[in-house]
Write a protein that binds this ligand. Sequence first.
Ligand SMILES: NC(=O)c1ccc[n+]([C@@H]2O[C@H](COP(=O)([O-])OP(=O)(O)OC[C@H]3O[C@@H](n4cnc5c(N)ncnc54)[C@H](OP(=O)(O)O)[C@@H]3O)[C@@H](O)[C@H]2O)c1
Length: 265
Amino acid sequence: MGNSFDKIAMVGAGNVAWHLAPVLEAAGCAVTQVYSRSEEKAKELVIRLYQAEVQTQLDFSNSLAELFILAVSDDAIAEVARQIQLPAEATIVHTSGGQPLNALAKAPTKRIGVFYPLQTFSKLRPVDFRDIPICLESDDSKVLHRLTKLARGISRQVKLINSEERAQLHVAAVLANNFTNHLLRMAEQLLHDHQLDFTLLHPLIEETVAKALEIGPAQSQTGPARRYDEKTINHHLKYLRTYDPAYAKVYKALTKHIQFIAGNT
Ligand SMILES: NC(=O)c1ccc[n+]([C@@H]2O[C@H](COP(=O)([O-])OP(=O)(O)OC[C@H]3O[C@@H](n4cnc5c(N)ncnc54)[C@H](OP(=O)(O)O)[C@@H]3O)[C@@H](O)[C@H]2O)c1
């Protein structure tokens, strides 16, 4: 990839690195090293790659990589950036939606950026990177140019998003993904406790998402809260207080908010 980053080191061997490293290789980059504090975890990723080496220390001063992708937990980014030793002219990026660009302020290079893939990643689940928005940021125009080239090599959706916008995007992503998934987990648990199969809900879950994407979530809202069906709501709450009072609290809070939003639109 001319004028992009040909040699890349992956710092971190978790969910994001697991998917991103092979995709970068498939796009023509060489992943030179995979760093993890655990040799075992780095090895697990290295065997998915062509020629990467395992590294368990943050001394990359002899690395041939031009780009260092910090795919470590949010609360470790600043510390790893402070500790890492880089070759001359290196660029370093993090992959977080929840951390600003200046989380890398203490890195030993001025060439810093963000390479945030807006998707949920788990090692067990394959993803198609071509449809994943890659949100980029850098205050160095050359770095931004090279990151854009790199990102376009793996995705059709490349966006320039600053730290403030990314923070808002991240809140929205938590609502849309993490909270929705938690509600699904609550539903699964409730069914399981009554010897009912979660697969019964699969068509409903699929239609919920498909409809929200097609006609928008505001138009899609149905159910007792939206209908102000107090009789059903009270019936559900009575049952949930005996099943699990924490479920009743979540149900009540969401019901109130659905009605608040419906009353104000
Ligand atoms: N997962 C997602 O859905 C997703 C989506 C978009 C962006 N992101 C962002 O991508 C980044 C990585 O997320 P992830 O899901 O891949 O995390 P993860 O699966 O939990 O893996 C975290 C990695 O960080 C390393 N690490 C943690 N603390 C460290 C420290 N103090 N020093 C050195 N290494 C440390 C871990 O190293 P060890 O192997 O040594 O324990 C592990 O390799 C985060 O910034 C996250 O916000 C995640």
